[in-house]
Design a protein around this ligand. Structure first.
Ligand code: AMP
Ligand code: TRP
Length: 338
């Protein structure tokens, strides 16, 4: 099979299932902003339909979706450069997901680590949507024929599944219709860890608020969380290899490097040899300097929900110019009478 040339197009999404964290910002959002100015068409999405695979209070979901949109905009997503949407406003995502539910196999889904982690020991009580989650994610991407997907490290397995779904569809129907998407997992902070436990991912769903920096935290809260972050007693090394076996130290250095747009090696040239008592205030100052303009702008935008809704409605209309024809072609390939 020859691969047709697809328009270079980026798609990525974030769940409005809680507030944005520093992990989302460094692992995903910051890269989304850069890619707007590279040679891609960019589509970014609040995935509200993914959020409801676990229980969401309706009022919270509504608020979190608008707050996430404010976070995208405040971080630098420009609606003149990118298409910014809320998933449920572009129904073709769910429509293609149904076809993918019929392409993907139960066994593929059962092997997903996110499914195993989130369903836990009581899989019988998990929603069917949580199990099918990766087929909807594949549809989000492939309904745009997206070629590149910037994400944090934790989404790698889901993107492999997206590739498997595209290949199986193309193979079963003997077409070259869906691109085999490339993950974009880059930078010093593709996996930001909890501030309380260097072996756990920083997550919006961690019960401990001290484990994460929220994009809405004020300067004092950020400084306090960094001051209390778990560390070890040694000084920072001057080479990256010296961070081996020191997960908490590595995490704080990764965060410092990423916020400063440096590699870990460059960061250690500045901070190597320092004790945490000296390094933590430097990190706190840097984090406050980089994050507080974003949280201030988010708070301002949250005062203008109609403006956010208008941007999302316009994004949905632009998105559907792409998604409606692709869905029609997919239905045609599958043999549905239209
Ligand atoms: P989620 O909040 O699970 O919808 O994640 C949205 C995006 O942020 C995905 O690309 C994730 O990979 C990324 N992300 C979430 N948490 C982290 C983290 N702790 N470190 C790096 N990237 C993350
Ligand atoms: N599963 C992703 C997460 O939890 C969110 C997501 C949904 C996504 N659809 C997507 C990410 C499509 C990239 C592309 O982080």
């Amino acid at each position: 099979m020859t691969t047709p040339a697809f328009t270079p197009r980026v798609f990525s999404g974030i769940q409005p299932s809680g507030g944005l964290t520093l992990g989302n910002y460094l692992g995903a959002l910051r890269r989304f902003v850069q890619m707007q100015d590279e040679d891609y068409q960019t589509v970014y999405c609040m995935v509200d339909m993914h959020a409801i695979t676990v229980w969401q209070d309706p009022a919270d979901l509504r608020r979190n979706t608008r707050e996430l949109a404010a976070g995208f905009l405040a971080s630098g997503i420009d609606p003149e450069k990118s298409i910014l949407i809320n998933q449920s406003q572009v129904p073709e995502h769910a429509q293609l997901a149904w076809i993918f539910n019929c392409v993907a196999r139960m066994g593929w889904m059962g092997r997903m680590t996110q499914w195993k982690d989130k369903a836990g020991k009581n899989a019988e009580a998990a929603s069917l949507g949580l199990f099918a989650y990766p087929a909807l994610m594949a549809a989000d991407i492939l309904i745009y024929h997206a070629t590149h997907v910037p994400v944090g490290e934790d989404q790698k397995q889901h993107l492999e599944l997206t590739r498997d779904i595209a290949m199986k569809f193309n193979h079963d129907y003997k077409v070259d219709f869906f691109p085999v998407t490339e993950p974009v997992i880059e930078g010093a902070a593709t996996r930001v860890m909890s501030l309380r436990d260097g072996s756990k991912k920083m997550s919006k769903s961690d019960p401990s608020d001290a484990s994460r920096i929220n994009m809405t935290d004020d300067a004092d809260t950020i400084a306090k969380k960094i001051r209390k972050a778990k560390t070890d007693p040694d000084a920072l090394p001057s080479e990256a290899a010296g961070l081996d076996g020191r997960p908490e130290a590595r995490n704080l250095v990764n965060i410092y490097a990423a916020l400063n747009d440096q590699s870990v090696e460059e960061a250690l040239r500045d901070v190597g040899g320092r004790q945490f008592g000296e390094f933590k205030p430097m990190l706190a100052d840097l984090a406050v300097a980089k994050l507080s303009p974003i949280s201030t702008e988010m708070a301002r935008l949250m005062q203008e929900p109609e403006e956010i809704d208008r941007i999302l409605a316009r994004g949905a209309a632009q998105a559907r110019e792409i998604t409606v024809p692709i869905l029609e072609q997919a239905y045609e390939i599958v043999g549905m009478v239209r």
